[in-house]
Design a protein around this ligand. Sequence first.
Ligand SMILES: *Cc1c(COP(=O)(O)O)cnc(C)c1O
Length: 381
Amino acid sequence: MTLPNDLKPSTIAAQAGGAIDRQSGGVVPPLQPSTTFLRDEDYRLVNPDNIYLRDNSDIVRIAENVLARLESAEETLLFPSGMAAIAALFRTTPTGASVVVQSGIYWGTTKWLRDFCSRRQIALHEVDAADPKALDEACAVHAPYLVFIETPSNPWLKTTDFAHAATCAHRVGALLAVDSTAATPVLQKPLELGADIVMHSATKAINGHSDVLAGVLATSAPAAKVWTEIKADRHDAGAVIGPFEAWLLLRGIRTLPLRVKQMCRSTQAIAEYLSAHPKVTDVYYPGLASHPGHAIAATQMQGGYGSLFSFLVKGGGPEALAVVGRLKLFHRATSLGGVESLVEHRHTIEPHTGIPESLIRASVGIEDTDDLITDLDKALG
Ligand SMILES: *Cc1c(COP(=O)(O)O)cnc(C)c1O
């Protein structure tokens, strides 16, 4: 079933872009796990769209189309994890070229890039991209192949102006890629403001139920060289998502706009509550007027500022760990964007990255806002 073109994101998501099961009449699309597809007596493919599962999968195509519509992209590609998507993007970098990457972002990205770039003789320049002057200068000095930013960033919630980043990158012939995981396609659309590629860890809010690992890349220029190379890399190197994961992901996406709305509303209330708490010394959330990235976030995000925030507890590591230990609703676990709220003591996980011992990062789920505030209130004492 094809849906009209002018629908709002919540309609596209709720109806899975119009996907149903024609054969059974089911209102949800079927899960087809077959790795290979039949040919008839004359050796013609029974369904010309499907040959082999690494090449083709109906459910993967359906999920990709829904994500493309939500992102206002021409094309998207799903990967078995966010890191697999990032790796496919960076593997297009010519050996000997340079890349400019935002500093202080998702640690898994930084760690993999440092290793990959050193093995491939790629010069990696880590820059505070939320500082427009620093990004301008890095682009001018290094003339990179690719500029990679993450906004809002994890765990500092720095906001990078992606229209400005696109100008910096394009001036020197570089591509701009944006890790938009913490915002989801609901809250910001970097492709509309000049980004060449948008990346999400769909493991997070896009799936939203903490039960699928997935990644996505999106573009508005599917004929571009970088995109054809990424597509070939995914196909030939085999970083494809399985049909069951794609099916679950599509099911999660149906409620994405609804979940994001509730999560943003609660996170804003919690961030404001914590800002006024005597045992909290700082709160990092772009929805707060006091946040250095608030003005930019207000121009490039619509409908809220996401469900991720960090805060500093008065004292140090022991005080922060004691607060985390007393929480009853927020689960102590890594990751973000799920329907259940999570907290993480980042210093315990990555002590070598300069994260303050008093920092607690939280991801807000869809529980009742007051229940979450009460949980934090009791834990802070
Ligand atoms: C989780 C995450 C990733 C990596 O995604 P996986 O699906 O875990 O491989 C990349 N960037 C950000 C911002 C993330 O939160």
